[in-house]
Design a protein around this ligand. Structure first.
Ligand code: C2E
Ligand code: MG
Ligand code: MG
Ligand code: MG
Length: 292
């Protein structure tokens, strides 16, 4: 009895696994064609000064406009793109598109803040990454000072010596480096400080409960204070409420990003928003929070 049930369970697991595998293969094949079919889009999320509400930067976030599945979020396809190596050409497209958009906003007199682009491990491992970035900057016309690279701590920690070298070569171009999702990789801030980095982005999981959980508040506050003493500037990710924002102000966390001020928006939507701000002569995006 038990044996039969076990065998059935195994078969069930087996077919489930087969289905997942074939879904994945289909996805990977579609992903291969997505670039030439121009199915990728970037959405842009503003980063704001916690006190003034002015936009101090923008993060470019990738989405896949899939003909059947609609707008697919990055967590669903970036791991596959990473495993298959497709992330390299996709990442190159992201960098170009983001720099071109940032340049367009500058030229239109709408926004002159750095554009932050997420890099994956495979991209970071390209030996000529700094040269690739330099050529994108030249092609798009964006000054290097208006580009920021976001890398996770686990990514830079894999091969510290090599990472440090790559980061130095990138920084020599004039751009800035941010550590993304800080706090999730268990690395010490003291160690991380040996890398040529400019800012920390505190992971949203550490910001989520700062209003209700004293321990979480203590951790976030300590990260902010320590980052400052190491001369790093700090961005809080995933800020969704006024109560969170007011704590961040108290703790002098300089910059925040989150649904409170804006979700990631398509380029045209953010352009319209920036035009509206310019026409009204206002420099601050929030408060009041945007409606969605
Ligand atoms: P990330 O770089 O940490 O980006 C922040 C994520 O948090 C984004 O999710 C954003 O939409 C979301 N977010 C922002 N504010 C809030 C908030 O207030 N509440 C909540 N719940 N979420 C918020 P998204 O766009 O789905 O991106 C997920 C991850 O995918 C990114 O995390 C990044 O690691 C990766 N990713 C996105 N675009 C790219 C890309 O062009 N290249 C690479 N390599 N990775 C990318
Ligand atoms: Mg990021
Ligand atoms: Mg993050
Ligand atoms: Mg993340």
């Amino acid at each position: 009895q038990a044996k039969a049930a076990g065998r059935n369970a195994y078969r069930f697991y087996d077919s489930q696994y087969a289905r997942e595998l074939s879904d994945r293969l289909i996805l990977e094949n579609e992903l291969r064609l997505a670039l030439e079919r121009k199915q990728f889009v970037l959405h842009y999320q503003p980063q704001l000064d916690v006190y003034s509400g002015e936009i101090t930067g923008i993060e470019a976030l990738l989405r896949w406009q899939h003909p059947q599945h609609g707008l697919v979020p990055p967590d669903r396809f970036i791991p596959i793109a990473e495993d298959s190596g497709l992330i390299v050409p996709i990442g190159d497209w992201v960098l170009r598109a983001a720099c071109a958009q940032a340049h367009a906003w500058r030229v239109a007199g709408l926004l002159d803040a750095p554009m932050a682009v997420n890099l994956s491990a495979r991209q970071f491992d390209q030996p000529d990454l700094p040269e690739q970035i330099a050529s994108v900057l030249e092609a798009t016309g964006l000054p290097a000072t208006r580009l920021e690279l976001e890398l996770t701590e686990s990514l830079v920690m894999r091969e510290p010596e090599r990472s440090s070298d790559t980061l130095s070569r990138c920084k020599a171009l004039g751009l800035t480096i941010a550590i993304d999702d800080f706090g999730t990789g268990y690395s010490s801030l003291a160690y991380l400080r040996r890398f040529p980095i400019d800012r920390l982005k505190i992971d949203r999981s550490f910001i989520k409960d700062i209003v209700d959980e004293p321990d979480d508040a203590a951790i976030a506050q300590a990260i902010i204070a320590m980052a400052h003493s190491l001369r790093l500037n700090v961005v809080a990710e995933g800020v969704e409420s006024d109560a969170q924002l007011s704590l961040l102000r108290q703790w002098h966390c300089g910059i925040y990003q989150g649904f409170l001020s804006s979700r990631p928006l398509p380029g045209e939507a953010l352009t319209a928003l920036l035009r509206g701000m310019k026409a009204a002569g206002v420099a601050e995006l929030a408060p009041p929070p945007l409606q969605h």
